[in-house]
Design a protein around this ligand. Structure first.
Ligand code: COA
Length: 325
C-alpha cells in the first residue's frame, strides 16, 4: 500500500559561546558543584550573549541542518519552531527565522509546549507531511531560558541552559510493508491541572512582564518518570514495537537521574541512551534536536536505527516519537 512517511534528511545545532561551570554558581548562591552534579548530572551549560536572541540561535542551527541535508532554504515548505522564550510576543520567532534563512515560500509558525515543544513540533510536522500538505519541513527547538531565570532561586537557576537544534523532514513514499526510515508513531499528552508544578510567574495578559521560572522540583520529578515511561510505551505500541527494538533513546535532557530512572524502569541499557545534559543543562525545547545533531556528529546512529524520543515540560505537557533514522 502507498504510504507517505516523514524521513529525517539533516540536522544541526548551535550552543552559545559562553560556557558556565557549576563553580560560577558557587560564587553567587548557596550551592556546590557536588550538589548540582549529584542531583542533576549537570556540570556546565551555555548562556547566550546579551546581543543574541532566540531567533539568532535558531538560525545557526537551521543553517547547519540545511547544509547537512544539502538543500536550500527555498526548498522548504514549512518551518515549525518550538520555543517558550520567543524574541517578541508577536510575530512568531519562526517567521523571523524564515526571513533570515531566505525561505521565500510556504509558512512558518511557533509551537509552545515548553520542554516538550520539539516533540509537539515534530508530531505536527509529521501530520503535515502525511496529509500531503508539505514535502519538506524544518523543525527547530530554540530557547534562551537564561532570560527567564531567577538568579537568586538556587533550585531552578542551576538547571537550565540556552541553545538551538534543528531537524529537517522530507516526505518519502513507501510502497512496502516494512518501513525502513522515518517517523513511525507519535504520542502527545497534556494536563493543565498541573500548571502550578512548573510555570513562569508572568505573562502578557497577567503582569505584562515575561516573569521567572518557578518549580516544585520533587513533584515534577515524580510526574516526569511515570509520564515519560507511559508515553514511550504508547508510541512503541502504536508502531507494533517493544523496548527490545529500540536502538537509541534520545530523551529530553532535564536531569540525568530522570533519564536513568526512566530507562531502568523500561529495561533499556544506559549504553543506548543519549546523554548531553552534563554539558548543556536543560535547554528545554532545544534539548532533543541538539542531542540528535551531536550524536550525528559522533556517527552514533546507523541508517534504520530505531530512535525513541520523549519529553515532558510545563503544562504539564509530554509526549514521544518513534522514528527510524
Ligand atoms: N544547591 C544546594 N541545595 C539546594 C539547591 C542547590 N542548587 N537547590 C535546592 N537545594 C536544597 C533545598 O533547598 C532543600 O533544602 P532543605 O532540605 O534545607 O529545604 C534540599 O536541597 C532538598 O530540596 P529538594 O527540592 O527536595 O531536592 P531534590 O533532591 O528534589 O532536588 C531538583 C531538586 C530540582 C534537582 C529535583 O527535584 C529535580 O531535578 N526535579 C526535576 C526538575 C526538572 O527536571 N524540571 C524540568 C522538567 S522539564
Amino acid at each position: 500500500m502507498r504510504k507517505i512517511v516523514a524521513v529525517p534528511i539533516g540536522c544541526g545545532h548551535y550552543l552559545p559561546k559562553r560556557q558556565v561551570n557549576n563553580s560560577e554558581f558557587e560564587r553567587t548562591i548557596d550551592t556546590t558543584n557536588e550538589w548540582i552534579i549529584s542531583r542533576t548530572g549537570i556540570e556546565s551549560r551555555h548562556f547566550a550573549d546579551p546581543s543574541e536572541n532566540t531567533s539568532d540561535l535558531a538560525l545557526k542551527a537551521a543553517r547547519m541542518a540545511l547544509s547537512d541535508a544539502k538543500i536550500a532554504a527555498s526548498e522548504l515548505d514549512a518551518l515549525i519552531l518550538a520555543t517558550a522564550t520567543p524574541d517578541q510576543t508577536f510575530p512568531s520567532t519562526a517567521t523571523r527565522v524564515q526571513h533570515s534563512l531566505g525561505m521565500n515560500k510556504g509558512f512558518a509558525f511557533d509551537i509552545q509546549a515548553v520542554c516538550a515543544g520539539f516533540i509537539f513540533a515534530l508530531s505536527n510536522a509529521n501530520a503535515l507531511i502525511k496529509s500531503g500538505q508539505v514535502k519538506k519541513v524544518m523543525v527547530i527547538g530554540a530557547e534562551i531560558f537564561s532570560r527567564i531565570l531567577d538568579w537568586s532561586d538556587r533550585s531552578t537557576c542551576i538547571l537550565f541552559g540556552d541553545g538551538a537544534g534543528a531537524l529537517i523532514l522530507e516526505a518519502a513514499e513507501n510502497n512496502t510493508k516494512e518501513i525502513r526510515r522515518g517517523i513511525l508513531s507519535t504520542d502527545l499528552n497534556s494536563d493543565g491541572k498541573y500548571n502550578d508544578l512548573l510555570f513562569v510567574n508572568g505573562g502578557v495578559a497577567t503582569t505584562q512582564t515575561s516573569g521567572f521560572v518557578e518549580m516544585q522540583g520533587r513533584e515534577v520529578f515524580k510526574h516526569a518518570v511515570s509520564k515519560l515511561v507511559s508515553t514511550a510505551e504508547n508510541s512503541l505500541k502504536a508502531a507494533n514495537l517493544s523496548t527490545k527494538d529500540v536502538n537509541w533513546v534520545v530523551p529530553h535532557q532535564a536531569n540525568s537521574r530522570i533519564i536513568s530512572r526512566t530507562a531502568n524502569i523500561m529495561g533499556i541499557d544506559m549504553n543506548k541512551v543519549v546523554m548531553t545534559v552534563s554539558n548543556h543543562g536543560n535547554t528545554s525545547a532545544a534539548s532533543i534536536p541538539i542531542a540528535l545533531s551531536c550524536s550525528k556528529q559522533q556517527n552514533r546512529f546507523k541508517s534504520g536505527d530505531l530512535l525513541l524520543m520523549k519529553a515532558i515540560g510545563g503544562g504539564l505537557a509530554w509526549g514521544s516519537v518513534a522514528m527510524r533514522w
